[in-house]
Write a protein that binds this ligand. Structure first.
Ligand SMILES: [Zn+2]
Length: 389
């Protein structure tokens, strides 16, 4: 899994190519639909293109031994120098409609109905997740205590580690303890993400059917764009010279930002998956100035955010809890995004709803022929053996 994530990061150009430490007899990578494309040439032969436009890895030619449908994801594996591609199909239990179809259906509704069906989610430091419907999601006090305790221990062990001799038995034991504490924290984050998304999408009845809770559209900020790691710089307050607009730095003392960031990341992934499973829609919107925008009149100004928790619009006077206001702004952006589809009709669906399922067909990948190589630039060709497995 870690390997899969590293490859995803690599393909998106976020990180360098991950290095595989263990050279096994059979290595494999799993690719979701955004990272591959299947094309058929005039002669009827199939090509599997791997990577994205910006980070093109190359392609493999293959012969289809039987008819197949477009897979949700693929697994490429190499066994003794030979490549195999297996197609993974979406779980048939999942929503029969794609996110795209659901969005296009919703786009026919008027804005006020969409607003009723939409739930905006604001990710914040004081309240980890605030929904526009008024629900706040936070770690339980038990979970917080455990995380803090583990973090203290990790710091202590790391100091100890620095003094210990490399490769010593005691040092290895300390390293194991640190890894175990990290695992515990990760487990808590995961639990929190599951609980939160389950509540949002709707609990299931005894038949496994999601009980309708009225929420049909979930809107979150695009966390990739949102600057999540750097603590915000103090900004001078234009209307109040000599003063600074309050920022969140002080609030970051509790649960560290890193833990919140990865909890949000998990929530986005789980929500995309669970929403699709329930026939609901998950949308990411731009996070730009969402905390400074008035949910009532749309006025954007840093001065609207008087304190960490209070929002007062400088134009219309709308006063609200800052996170609540932000979640409503996010909800509005999501609805606007859906309404755009009514005119454009194209939709890049949020990823989700694919699940690795048993192999349906297995295709033997042929080695590249020289004429195939000529057709594409040398940078993008896949030379047998060069696939980063
Ligand atoms: Zn306003």
């Amino acid at each position: 899994m870690v390997w899969y994530q590293a490859m995803q990061r690599f393909f998106k150009g976020l990180a360098g190519k991950p290095v595989r430490k263990r050279k096994g007899g059979r290595d494999s990578i799993w690719l979701t639909r955004e990272l591959f494309e299947l094309k058929q040439d005039e002669a009827g032969g199939w090509k599997l293109f791997i990577g994205k436009k910006k980070n093109n890895i190359g392609f493999l030619s293959f012969e289809a031994h039987r008819d197949f449908q477009l897979p949700a994801s693929i697994t490429i594996s190499r066994d003794n120098g030979q490549y195999f591609v297996s197609f993974n199909y979406e779980d048939p239990k999942l929503s029969e409609k794609t996110q795209e179809e659901l969005v296009l259906e919703l786009a026919k509704l008027p804005a006020n109905e969409l607003m009723e069906k939409a739930v905006g989610l604001d990710c914040g430091v004081i309240i980890p997740v605030q929904s526009s419907s008024g629900q706040s999601f936070d770690f339980s006090s038990e979970q917080k205590k455990t995380i803090e305790r583990k973090q203290r221990k990790i710091r202590k062990w790391q100091r100890r580690l620095a003094r210990q001799r490399l490769g010593s038995h005691r040092r290895n034991k300390v390293k194991q303890s640190i890894a175990k504490a990290h695992r515990k924290i990760a487990e808590i984050r995961r639990d929190f993400a599951h609980q939160t998304t389950r509540t949002l999408v709707g609990k299931k009845d005894e038949n496994g059917q999601v009980i309708d809770n009225g929420a049909q559209i979930f809107v979150m900020e695009d966390l990739k764009i949102k600057n999540m790691t750097k603590s915000p710089e103090a900004k001078p307050d234009e209307q109040n010279p000599g003063h600074f607009v309050p920022n969140q730095a002080a609030a970051k003392a509790g649960l560290t930002q890193k833990i919140l960031n990865s909890a949000w990341g998990l929530i986005a992934v789980f929500l995309a998956y669970k929403a699709n499973h329930a026939g609901k829609v998950f949308i990411k919107v731009s996070p730009r100035f969402s905390s400074q925008e008035c949910a009532k009149c749309g006025h954007i100004h840093p001065g609207n955010r008087r304190t960490q928790s209070k929002f007062v619009c400088q134009k219309c006077g709308h006063t609200a809890n800052a996170d609540q206001n932000a979640s409503e702004v996010i909800r509005k952006r999501g609805v606007e995004e859906i309404l755009k589809q009514a005119t454009h009709g194209t939709w890049e669906s949020a990823r989700g709803g694919t699940r690795k399922t048993p192999r349906v067909s297995k295709l033997k990948v042929q080695t590249l022929r020289s004429e195939n190589r000529r057709r594409r630039g040398s940078n993008s060709e896949l030379i047998p053996g060069s696939l980063p497995l």
